[in-house]
Design a binder for this molecule. Sequence first.
Ligand code: CU
Length: 144
Amino acid sequence: MKRYLLLTIAVVAAACSGGDALSLEDPWARPSPTGATTAAFFMTIDNPTDTDETLVSAATDACRVTELHLSAMVDGVMSMQRQENGIPVPASETVTLAPGGLHIMCIDRIADFAEGEELDITLEFVDANGDSHTEELTAVVEDR
Ligand SMILES: [Cu+2]
């Protein structure tokens, strides 16, 4: 819990520093039922810069494979589509990864994804200039 508070403070501080970095807010994951092999991570990505960014990959020790997905209704059926070109986070925009929409899919999970667990995840972004950078964050498993 203490770690979560510190993370929240750090994120707020980054958001207030104004305009020169991505801020990753409220990273969380849903608890997985026993026996489930998949899970998903969610968060809000704010890009206050004037450079387009793209989330191109995610990695975590909690899962053997992670993919970037979009859930969408197709012909009345909810399905998930892998985002082969990543998830765009345009300049001056905020993109929210949330249940029923964009998410980081955990395939073949290793961690329990039990409520209250904290899972480290690393995101890789590439900006419009082709420069890549990584962001480390800790997602809290919560039943929302
Ligand atoms: Cu998915």
